[in-house]
Each structure stands twice: as structure tokens, then as C-alpha cells.
Design a protein around this ligand. Sequence first.
Ligand SMILES: NC(=O)CC[C@H](N)C(=O)O
Length: 442
Amino acid sequence: MAAPPATASASSWCPSAVNPRAAASLVVHAPPSGGPRRGGDRFLGVRAKAVSGVQSGAVVDDGVQRPWKLSDARLVLEDGSVWKAKSFGASGTQVGEVVFNTSLTGYQEILTDPSYAGQFVLMTNPHIGNTGVNPDDEESNRCFLAGLIIRNLSICTSNWRCKETLEEYLMKRNIMGIYDVDTRAITRRLREDGSLIGVLSTDQSRTDDELLQMAKSWKIIGVDLISGVTCDAPYEWADRTDLEWEFKKGQSTESFHVVAYDFGIKHNILRRLTSYGCKITVVPANWPASDVLSLKPDGVFFSNGPGDPAAVPYAVKTVQEIIGKVPVFGICMGHQLIGQALGGKTFKMKFGHHGGNHPVCDLRSGRVDISAQNHNYAVDPESLPEGVKVTHINLNDNSCAGLQYPKMKLLSLQYHPESSPGPHDSDLAFGEFIEQMKNNRL
Ligand SMILES: NC(=O)CC[C@H](N)C(=O)O
């Protein structure tokens, strides 16, 4: 393992100063704290019970005896950078794509969003874990992501809904987490070089080179990740947003039967559709379009989901067979599949959009919403046929954030009107889908 740069200082860690691509060799980055910091390492005693290999006894590292461990995990990125960190949650070795999420909180919803399958989520907010975890904020029944990367793990939890700590939660679900790593430096690198594949390991017997080779030989583009997260069989969904939390005024009087394709669906999409008066049948990603249409639904919903939309031609074909026959609404992966089904192209973005603070403009009204986003791919509007309207753009980079094709009674959004986590500004999009189904009845 190469030694940290001799002149390691805050500025020498910035990607332009120490760029492993330029150096063409492994560059090791020590944890930013370099040892116990106020609060942070009092935590070691608490963690010792849960995490194997972390003891509060003296540790000899680099020939120096200290009462704490400098690091017990490594994140090795495909560009050759090695980031030493402390582990919490599961131990082991895991490969995935590293993306950064700019939400201030909502880590539990992020952990259970199936669209993160195959990815490590790095939270840019430095303080994570302070609200613990509760049974109500799950966005699916499992954590599908590769792991969680954070700067500081809160030493205590203080929320009236908290039932367990973030660490206990990750341990139970066998998900790896690391903290005490320079998340800001990694984020700057991802912004400069684009999303990177990484390997996270607590296994000291593996060399940095081995982990680097693992990262370099792993692929996420062109892989069908939907089949690993979709449900096995159809089911009915009837839960609405709890009245305690409901912010929509007025009760829905009319009821609509919606079939929702589960490409990795988030629970809050189902809750919001139900709150707007929908009765929902959820079907697996490979459910035949003919079976769905034979149910004579008022509308069909195409959900969010992980991975590359170009890697799931079966789903594109399904969308093609349904659009134009009944009103449809797509969110995120659903939006991308609609784009492809219309004959358009999707492409991989440099580092994607992940966070609850993305400004989106509805070009029809000029209204700007602050939105929740989580995607690495986008629809190329130039590739769409005439008549398809780009209704929304992301104001950070002008990328396509929404489509409408009145001829086909079709609406779609690249971002997440259901939020969870994130602002509720775009909730009215569900109302637009309802209006579309209403008008189709007339
Ligand atoms: N949230 C989602 O549906 C993600 C869509 C797609 N997997 C992407 O990364 O672009």
C-alpha cells in the first residue's frame, strides 16, 4: 500500500492536485480525522459490540501504539484512489457504483429505495444517523443498495419515532457502511471525473491491487437490475398517506383502477396514488401487457427502478404495447422507458442527480419546484418524435425532466413527485394523472 502523499494537506487532497489517473498508481487517503475527534471516537466503545474487528483496546498501526484504530475499511475506486475509513454495519467486500446524494436527511428512505441497487450512496451532508431508523419510513421491504458512505456517524439518536440506530439497522440487513472518510473530496472527484465503480472492503487480507482489479472488471452499464428488485407476483395496494401526514386538501371522490408496473417501486408512490383516489394492482416487471390491458384499468403507471433503461428491452416492449391505449404516467425509470418506447434514446449522465434540492421548471407554467431526484440516465429530447413535449427541465443542467404526449395520454417525470425523502412541491403531478384518467372517461 502506498504511503499517503508526503505533503498531505487539505488542498493536496483535492482531485486536481492528486489525481491518481495522472499518477497511474494507487494513492492512499487517510481518514480525515486521523484519530479520535471530539465526540466521534467516544463512539468506538459503543460500536465495539456490534462491529466485528473493532475493539477499544490498543492497536498498533504504522508502528505507533494508539488506543483507537485508524481505519478498518477501505474504499478503492476504479481510478486507483484508496480511501481509508472506519466501518459500521456489515463487514465483507462489496462492489458497486459510487454516487453522491445531496439530501440533508432521509437516509432511511434512500437506503430502501430499490433504484439504488448496485450503487454505494455517499451522503454529502456530513452528519448522518441522528434520527435513527423507524418502521414507517421504509420505501420498500429491503435495502438493495451496495452500501452507505458517510463523513460522521452521529453518536446518539434523538427522534420520537426512532426504534433502532442506523448501525443496528445496517447490521441486521447485512449492508456495509463506512464513516470517517473525506466525503467532500470523493464528491469533488465524482463531479470532475464522473461516477466511479468502487470496492468497499473490511477484509485486510485483500491487497489494494486486488480490490482495484475487482472495481475495474465490474460493470453496471447494460445490466438488467430490475429483475433483482421487482415483486414475484401481482398484489393489491390500498394504503394511503396517513392522515396525520396528509398535506393534500380535500378527499378524492372518484376512484380509479391503476395497474402499476413494479420496476423497483417506492411505497410512497403507491401511497400518494391511493391518497389521490386510486385502487392499485401492482404487477411484476415482466407481466404481459395483454394481461394488464385485459383488466381494463383506468390508467397504467410505470415505476422508478435501478440501472440502465437500455438494458431492459422487455420492459420497453411492454410500455410500447400499452401507450396510446390507456392514460399512462411514468416516474424516473418509468419516464426513461417511455422515452425509449417512443423511439427516443437514453444516455448515461456524468454523475447523475441524487438529492432533495434540484430545481425543476415546468415549462408550461414557468413554475419552479424544488424536487427529489435519483437518476444516472436521462432521455435525450432531440431523439424524441414530433408531438412529444418536454414539459419540465432540471434547472441545474437543463436536462429533460418531464414529458407529455397528449395524443397518447401520456405523462412522465424524471424526478420524484412522491418525494420520500424530499420536498412535496411536485405532488400535484399525481393530480395531473388523475385528470388525464378523468378526461379519458368522458
Ligand atoms: N430512480 C430511478 O428510477 C432511477 C432510474 C435509472 N435507474 C437511473 O439511474 O437513471
